[in-house]
Ligand binder design. Sequence first.
Ligand SMILES: [Mg+2]
Length: 245
Amino acid sequence: MQKIRYLLATDLDGTFVGDEAGLRELLDYYDSLPERVALAYVTGRHRASAMDLIRGEGLPLPDILVTDVGTSVFAGPELVEDLGWKQRMTENWDPQAVLRTAGGVPGIRLQELPDTRRVSFYSDGGEPAEKLKYALSAEGIPHTFVFSSGRDVDILPENGGKGAALRYVIGKFAEENACVLVAGDSGNDLDMLMLGYPSVIVSNARPELLEAENHETLFRATRPCAGGILEAWMHFHGSAADIKG
Ligand SMILES: [Mg+2]
């Protein structure tokens, strides 16, 4: 795969997807540029669910697909699984231990998933999620804890998460000084928005992101979803692209 020079790394639900007119506008803008902008979708969905959404919404196929809250990376025209990342995500990962521990925590319900790359739950509000977090730490089970949207609890392998996966993807597939924009709308996007790359929080973001700490290259869009991505792209990279044209 040729190294990427321009990259949009975006969450799907509520970020890239959610405002059809805004998405059309963003994709038309990218089509008008002299250089292609590569797409990385970084989603909490599992692969089949992400592909359903891509087909259902008629989204462009991405160059890179990161699924299951950053625990799986697929790349290239055939979206083949990246084995280097898979290897890292299976070291020290014991999903059975997570399930055992969670069994003793009331108020959480297991999400049905095709495999155990991650173990995810629905929590009745914040409290059961907190209890699970403490229980996992007390048991000394290596993991990464992610809580989103006041409901979704994702237990990931140690050093997992969208941020870690995206850092790996950029290191492996992008040019050193690539123009990158990272976009998200909820708690599981936070670590990738904080990597230090130009990043955007779309205006429809969940409260947990509205409270996120500012950094120099974090842009808060006034528009929701893809319209907010376009706004941020113009803010960070608009003139660079014009000069190239
Ligand atoms: Mg989202």
